[in-house]
Design a protein around this ligand. Structure first.
Ligand code: GLV
Ligand code: MN
Ligand code: MN
Length: 414
């Protein structure tokens, strides 16, 4: 049935979805995507997917976290289904492949089974998880965290986007606009979960591999830090005596760079979202809010470094008060040999070059690990670029990934 994967069909669907929130980058050939979760664009993309799914008779349903499911029945409906999927939201300046390919690849796999007339014993379900990226509502993975029981969904309702819209309100609006779609209960216990995704890093391409058999995902912790000082006139207020939040932010970030310095370049430390108030060039900043994204494959290091952040900032600042919240934590997870072994065997049967690889990015798959045997399939990313309009994997690379996915799903569903 992997011979029924259609490279052109999968690519055309991806390119059609990329137009929903797509934008050209002036002066380049790149097309980026800005498709925030729970937005009108998200709903348009979901309706497009639903149309394609209904053409091959998949049953559509949605849960209270707005996770969208497509089911292809098995010959024994009493058995737990095999689940595949990924996410359809993007970063604000994202590419055409992160997340959405895993959903389109799942559909391609189900379409290939349909075209080949293959009946599996277990049902196969495809899911599009809500808000994986955290680009609009921080943190990400709220759909899979709600579904898996990692976090009580009520805890996310008050999160605000940049326009002050609450996640709970955006979710209610989406569910109301999708009231025609049958509802299903949150949660479940699939037989196995496998997620196809672009690598988002440089290893597969650099080493000439077609497929990454993902061994696990490193851990992540997200923090939001707010430094509060006092605004003052930039021309008249002496430097001595100022409570300048931007200067203290620089001291804090410099100290955090020292805390997280890692000669092996394993630890990832990123400060990438900064808000300053009153945000005018001739008033001293009275407030600076910045995010921290900390990642490491070793749980002990992630805990030790993350737990040291607040004290490091407090020791570094001179004039401001410090508040910090932890928005997200996901400890490192290993994937299950049932899934990694099936993916490796599928790649070998396809005659593809595969290697084991850890994931530096987080994924919804992380939250499935406590629920059922879980794994992922990576395909190469050109120059390792991701979260960027230049993100690219070729039609042939993506078709190879879909062939491995359909073989993996079919094997797990027997
Ligand atoms: C997912 O988008 C991540 O930040 O790893
Ligand atoms: Mn992703
Ligand atoms: Mn992403």
């Amino acid at each position: 049935m992997s011979g029924s994967v259609r490279e052109a069909r999968q690519w055309q669907r991806l390119m059609e979805l990329a137009e929903i929130g797509g934008f050209a980058v002036p002066g380049t050939e790149h097309v980026g995507v800005n498709r925030p979760c729970l937005s009108a664009l998200d709903r348009q993309a979901r309706r497009t997917m639903i149309g394609w799914a209904q053409e091959i008779g998949l049953a559509v349903s949605v849960d209270e976290a707005a996770n969208l499911f497509f089911r292809r029945e098995g010959t024994d409906p009493s058995l737990a289904p095999v689940l595949t999927g990924s996410h359809m939201d993007s970063q604000p300046e994202g590419g055409r492949f992160d997340g959405i390919w895993g959903v389109v690849a799942g559909l391609e796999a189900l379409h290939a089974l349909h075209d080949a007339g293959v009946q599996t014993r277990r049902a196969i379900e495809l899911v599009a998880w809500t808000n994986e990226e955290g680009g609009r509502f921080r943190p990400g993975c709220t759909g899979s965290m709600s579904w898996s029981g990692h976090t009580d969904p009520a805890a996310f309702r008050g999160i605000l986007d940049g326009d002050g819209i609450a996640y709970g309100d955006a979710l209610d609006e989406q569910l109301a606009l999708e009231a025609d779609i049958p509802r299903r209960a949150l949660g479940g216990r699939p037989h196995a979960y496998v997620e196809a995704h672009i690598e988002q890093g440089p290893i597969l391409e650099a080493e000439g591999f077609d497929i990454g058999v993902v061994t696990g995902i490193q851990g992540s912790r997200w923090f939001t830090v707010t430094l509060t000082g006092e605004t003052a006139h930039a021309g008249t207020a002496p430097l001595r005596g100022r409570k300048d939040a931007v200067q203290d932010m620089l001291r804090a970030v410099t100290a955090l760079n020292a805390l997280t310095a890692d000669p092996t370049d394993t630890l990832r430390f990123t400060v990438a979202r900064v808000e300053v108030s009153p945000n005018t060039s001739n008033s001293v900043a009275n407030r600076a809010t910045f995010t921290i994204d900390l990642r490491h494959p070793d749980r002990a290091v992630l805990i030790e470094k993350g737990d040291a952040i607040l004290a490091t900032i407090q020791a570094a600042v001179r004039d401001c008060t410090v508040e910090m919240v932890e928005n997200f934590h996901a400890m490192p997870v290993p994937f299950d040999p049932l899934v990694t072994g099936t993916v490796a065997a599928a790649a070998a049967e396809e005659g593809l070059r595969a290697r084991q690889i850890p994931s530096g990015a987080f994924h919804d798959a992380q939250f499935l690990v406590p629920i059922c045997p879980t794994g992922m399939i990576f395909v190469p990313s050109r120059r390792g670029i991701s979260h960027n309009p230049a993100e690219y994997s070729s039609p042939a690379q993506l078709a190879a990934g879909a062939r491995v996915l359909v073989r993996t799903l079919a094997a797990l569903a027997e």
